[in-house]
Design a protein around this ligand. Structure first.
Ligand SMILES: [Mg+2]
Length: 214
């Protein structure tokens, strides 16, 4: 049973339509904005973030029929492994870790709510990237999103918080990754990983708001 009420996540049963819909929504968001993400990355990195993310989303999209046949937790974990292998750079292992950790927890811990699972998965991403909140990374979107989810905020407010949080990374000095080599000169630029994370969050929230199970 999948519900589309504001602030509520779908339950965890196999749902081919949900998996396919989320894959398509995320794929579309990244394809449309790939050039913008590359431009952000040119300012403080090596300019390939949009290209890398598009490659990862294409790999997932091409595999969508198989993914749609899997239970949701397994689909999420498999998408994470595909992203590790296909995105490359720093972002592949980080997004991959996020999804692998979410998928594994969803599959084994029925009693935990999604916000708790997301929080644990984000902590795993932080360990993997040896980064903290405020270091100007995708964590600076993920943690605020988790906070909104724990508050059971409406999907539209989760998306808004993600977008605002990505913009706020412009004020931060990069402490991890290639951008950290710029030191203070990284200030004034939005972090590309935070930006892609906000785009994906918004795409997911929009899809879930409109989702009506058959
Ligand atoms: Mg790069």
């Amino acid at each position: 049973m999948v519900k589309s009420h504001e602030g509520r996540l779908p339950s965890l049963q196999t749902d081919r339509e949900l998996v396919l819909g989320l894959i398509e929504a995320c794929h579309e968001a990244i394809v449309i904005h790939a050039d913008d993400l590359c431009e952000l990355d040119r300012a403080i990195g090596d300019g390939d973030h949009g290209t890398n993310m598009r490659r990862g989303c294409e790999a997932v999209y091409l595999d969508r029929e198989r993914l749609g046949s899997l239970p949701l937790p397994q689909a999420i974990e498999t998408i994470g492994m595909t992203l590790v292998m296909s995105v490359g750079g720093a972002s592949g292992p980080l997004y991959g870790t996020l999804l692998i950790e979410i998928g594994r927890r969803l599959g084994t811990r029925d009693e935990a709510d999604f916000a708790t699972i997301l929080g644990e998965a984000i902590d795993a991403v932080a360990r993997r990237g040896r980064a903290l909140a405020g270091d100007k990374t995708l964590l600076d979107v993920l943690y605020p999103v988790q906070t909104e989810m724990a508050r059971q905020s409406a999907l539209i407010n989760i998306a808004k918080r993600a977008e605002v949080s990505a913009r706020l990374t412009a004020e931060m000095k990069a402490m991890r990754g290639r951008a950290s080599f710029l030191g203070d000169r990284s200030i004034g630029h939005v972090d590309p990983g935070a930006s892609s994370c906000a785009l994906l969050t918004t795409a997911i929230c929009r899809y879930l708001r409109e989702y009506r199970p058959a």
